[in-house]
Design a protein around this ligand. Structure first.
Ligand code: HEM
Length: 128
């Protein structure tokens, strides 16, 4: 169905939950990323990212009803995100996307967005 959202096409909420759970399993073991998360329990952060991605890809707007406008760059301002943090984030996300075993066109669409968004979130200038 041409009008299907990517949210629907890849299996709805359970697929996004799986993606983010795999991603956070990686973050939990990452020496650079884990200390950046203010809370002991990564569950609430995983829930926020899941709801955001669901909303972005055409699913229910639960993220905004709970958190308001995403303004993601502003929400990331308290964290130092340089190339190393971005690349670590993308490494765990790449593994999580691969684990979904999606058809190539959906995997590519999802990944292209995540990669662009991660580059956009970098908020410190570094020497080349
Ligand atoms: C929140 C790190 C990229 C989406 C957070 C938090 C940290 C963080 C430490 C706070 C945990 C929490 O309270 O939720 C990073 C790092 C990134 C990155 C190091 C590397 C580039 C991204 C990208 C997206 C994203 C690319 C979206 C595609 C979110 C969302 C939240 C969040 C939705 C919760 C915002 C809220 O409602 O408060 N991130 N992030 N992040 N991040 Fe990221």
């Amino acid at each position: 169905r041409p009008s299907m959202t990517l949210f629907e096409a890849i299996g709805g909420e359970p697929t996004f939950r799986k993606l983010v759970d795999e991603f956070y399993a990686g973050v939990a073991t990452d020496p650079l990323l884990r200390p950046m998360y203010p809370e002991e329990d990564l569950g609430p952060a995983a829930d926020r990212l899941t709801l955001f991605l669901i909303q972005y890809w055409g699913g229910p707007n639960t993220y905004s009803s709970q958190r308001g406008h995403p303004r993601l760059r502003m929400r990331h301002a308290p964290f130092r995100i340089g190339a190393a943090e971005r690349d670590a984030w993308l490494l765990h996300m790449r593994r999580a996307v691969d684990r979904l075993d999606l058809p190539a066109d959906h995997a590519t669409a999802l990944w292209d967005y995540l990669e662009r968004a991660a580059y956009f979130m970098v908020n410190v200038m570094e020497d080349p």
